[in-house]
Write a protein that binds this ligand. Sequence first.
Ligand code: NAD
Ligand code: ZN
Ligand code: ZN
Length: 387
Amino acid sequence: MRALTYHGAKDLRIDTVPDPVIEQPDDIVLRVTATAICGSDLHIYRGKIPMVDDGDVLGHEFMGVVEEVGAGVRDIRKGDRVVVPFTISCGECFFCRLQQYACCETTNDGRGAILNRKAITPPAALFGYSGLYGGVPGGQAELVRVPKANVGPLVVPGSLGDEQVLFLSDILPTGYQAALNAEVGEGSTVAIFGAGPVGMMAAACCRMLGAERILMVDQYRYRLDFAVQAYGVEEINFEECDDPAELIIERTGYRGVDASIEAVGFEAKGSVTETVLTAAKLEGSSGKALRQCIAATRRGGMVSVAGVYAGFIHAFMFGDAFDKGLTFRMGQTHVQRYMVELLQFIEDGRLVPDAIISHRMKLADAPRGYEIFEEKQEDCRKVVLTP
Ligand code: NAD
Ligand code: ZN
Ligand code: ZN
């Protein structure tokens, strides 16, 4: 089959690789019909994620039609159309029973223990996301093996098109979890840092949950313009002001917002391994948006971090956080927990996640898709690939 493969920073290629096969009784093999490029893929693209091997197949946001079913798969049949969560979870362990699927302690083989300085259980395996997360081949391919098929894949109704449900695989639940973690409700005032796909999904979910004001921070005019039109946000372009947090404080009567959502992530200069293992590289992870979240949030407020962080974050304002009595919530999304509920919101028309798609391309053009999304060319908001 054809698949998008990694060969080093900014060196992605479409290669022919062996077709995946059923390896465990609860596996399925999927013929991919749609797959998206995520901001998390950009960390890999930039060469910032350790343990990505030459030839690894990328991609963790995908859906398709079931081609083969293992003998132990219960509710999914050949020919079903499913969308697949990026977190691979067993459904039975300590964490899965708590619905903390991203912490599943049985799916990651632990080969990434290099970053676990204590012998703590590894996080759940993820599709297409390096040896740190189990080294499972991803879905930016014609075919993909999906382990733990009794827990993850969700059968979608024929009345909904691929694009309408594709983002259930990651960014929609991620935006939703970010908004729930921020305790956004009727009348909330919330600041969202980052107007990428994750920030957009967070804005959509905050609106749905009743937020009164959403202040959105980014540097790209076209992304902010879209968010103003689609979600009615108050935009703040941080290239055009000294300090977005100061502006947010001013605009909220010097009180600050009820909650901040961080949808940016780390900007490591060195590799994550260097950042983690070498204190000298402390300045590597800047965490600017995280500092601004802390600054912009009112006393007793929430800071919800959806952006991916790794290693040390320089100048984390712990004193300010303590003084204000802030609550922090963060982490990889427990996708399986939210999929069914969010599918219903899409069916009811309360959420229209596909509205953010700006680029539709063939899988064969994926390397160019990454380039456009990374460089923010052609007003790119989200790229969807079809094999
Ligand atoms: P993206 O790169 O398209 O968007 C990030 C946006 O942040 C860009 O528009 C950029 O201009 C903006 N930005 C950069 N610095 C900023 C700053 N200081 N203040 C405000 N905005 C700033 O990526 P995305 O797909 O939206 O993903 C965002 C983050 O979410 C990434 O770190 C990604 O890895 C993470 N993510 C996390 C999960 C999870 O499970 N928690 C899931 C998906 C994605
Ligand atoms: Zn993603
Ligand atoms: Zn589990």
